[in-house]
Design a protein around this ligand. Structure first.
Ligand code: UD1
Length: 423
């Protein structure tokens, strides 16, 4: 297995291009299942999760062509050959459940294996299923698969009130509702930029949607959707991750394609820590000039709150802050697996349930560490950039799920980092 070797070597400077959002792309791709006309995505990131979704869609009979050079994904679901999403593909990635709503809405039935994904908590899909039931679907769980059937005449509009915010279930319900008969109202809906991006794409395909970006989304079902071309929104998690590189190492880096609106609550925390962020015509410029950053407290929340997907990376920064920071994880119950690895590098972290208390040390020390999930793995790379000596991060296949060209991008701003091929 490959590993990544990082050597701490001081301030960074230059520019890092930010890719299209993995999480937006993973919900835009299944939207192809809603129409028999082509859906083309531009600015699609090149990641193993996108390849997994490609394989899943192809296993259903969709045509998916990735044009590597210009990051285009050309898709067509003109003639689907299956409505069964097999365990072998679904287990690799939890977002696979997002084919359920579209398949059910267009074909009236679907069988989807229960998903796997990152080991960051129980992560059930009950709210996806409840939302589809509110649109009249009949569901049965058999041998690890969800067997779903729409009523005769297709799904019908309904009121779905989520007990708490869920990004995936909002996406599944939103896609299904576009082809349901009548009006669907999603209450306590997720407001993430990826939801807004999905709604904008669906609208280009002919869907009637209002209220995306607020906690109430109203969808007027239509008989059919057409084709569209859509540019995937910038990846706010990749953006936040690379903004932390100069925050941790010092220096000045411009993250191309970034905007404050995508990462506002995160920027507020950087500001409180003493890191400068400036919006330019082309992106976000982040700088840290003198001394250590200050400790700050962080609570993860649904958008527009601080994203859980940046918690691990933020912890890497706070490991060397002056003072004590408290990080509270409110979205996933098992999301501090990076803490023991950071402790191996000399960090002082106490984890109790969903709270981690981090007392900053002056310097981290390089060590062999292990990536445990996608965001944890990149937090270890960030920590390694600022540590004394060499850090070897193993199990980097997690990283390939969500970060393209991480070595090239960080080298471009002066980091000492390389990927070492394993057996
Ligand atoms: C998405 C993102 C993920 C991010 C997360 C929260 C994708 C592909 N992944 O994941 O990177 O960390 O949003 O911002 O977009 N829950 C239930 N029942 C359900 C659904 C969710 O109990 O049916 C719980 C989850 O276990 C979790 C919380 O709801 O505790 C929020 O999860 P959710 O927003 O659904 O996350 P994902 O869509 O899986």
């Amino acid at each position: 297995m490959d590993s990544i070797v990082v050597t701490g070597n001081g301030p960074l400077s230059g520019q890092i291009p930010i890719a299209g959002a993995k999480n937006a792309c993973l919900t835009l791709m299944p939207a192809t299942l809603l129409s028999d006309e082509p859906l083309t995505l531009t600015n699609a990131p090149r990641l193993s999760d996108i390849r997994t979704m490609t394989l899943l869609l192809q296993s259903l009979g969709a045509e998916v062509q990735g044009l590597q050079e210009d990051q285009v994904l050309a898709m067509s679901s003109h003639s689907l050959t299956s409505t069964r999403a097999e365990y072998d593909i679904v287990r690799k990635m939890r977002a696979s459940i997002l084919v359920l709503g579209p398949l059910l809405a267009r074909h009236g039935h679907a069988e989807v294996s229960l998903p796997g994904g990152c080991a960051i908590g129980a992560r059930p899909v009950d709210l996806h299923l409840k939302a589809l039931e509110a649109m009249g679907a009949e569901l049965e769980l058999k041998e690890g698969y969800v067997h779903a059937k729409a009523p005769a005449g297709g799904l019908r509009g309904g009121v779905v009130e989520f007990p708490f915010v869920t990004v995936g279930a909002t996406e599944n319900a939103l896609m299904a509702a576009t082809l349901a008969k009548g009006t669907t109202v999603l209450k306590n809906a997720a407001r993430e930029p990826e939801i807004v991006d999905l709604a904008q794409c669906l609208r280009k395909m002919g869907a009637q949607i209002a209220g995306e970006g607020t906690d109430t989304i109203e969808i007027q079902g239509v008989d059919r959707l057409g084709g569209a071309t859509h540019r995937v929104v910038t990846d706010r998690i990749e953006l936040g991750t690379y903004m932390l590189a100069p925050a941790i190492c010092g220096g000045e880096v411009e993250c191309l394609g970034g905007t404050i609106a995508l990462v506002e609550s995160f920027c507020e925390k950087l500001d409180a820590a003493g890191v400068g962020v400036e919006e330019t015509a082309t992106g976000l410029k982040v700088s840290r000039k003198n001394g250590r950053v200050r400790a700050v407290d962080v609570v993860t929340e649904p958008f527009p709150g601080f994203p859980t997907d940046l918690q691990a990376q933020m912890m890497a920064l706070l490991c060397t802050a002056e003072g004590t920071s408290v990080l509270e994880e409110k979205i996933f119950e098992n999301r501090f697996m990076h803490a023991p690895e950071l402790i191996r590098m000399g960090a002082q972290i106490d984890v109790h349930g969903g709270t981690a208390t981090v007392t900053g040390v002056e310097k981290l020390k390089g060590a062999p560490v292990m990536a445990t999930d996608l965001r944890a793995s990149v937090s270890l790379i960030l920590a390694g950039l600022a540590a004394e000596g060499e850090t070897v991060v193993s199990r980097v296949y997690h990283l390939d799920r969500g970060y393209e060209h991480v070595v090239r991008k960080l080298r471009g701003v002066g980091a000492k980092i390389e990927r070492v091929k394993g057996d």
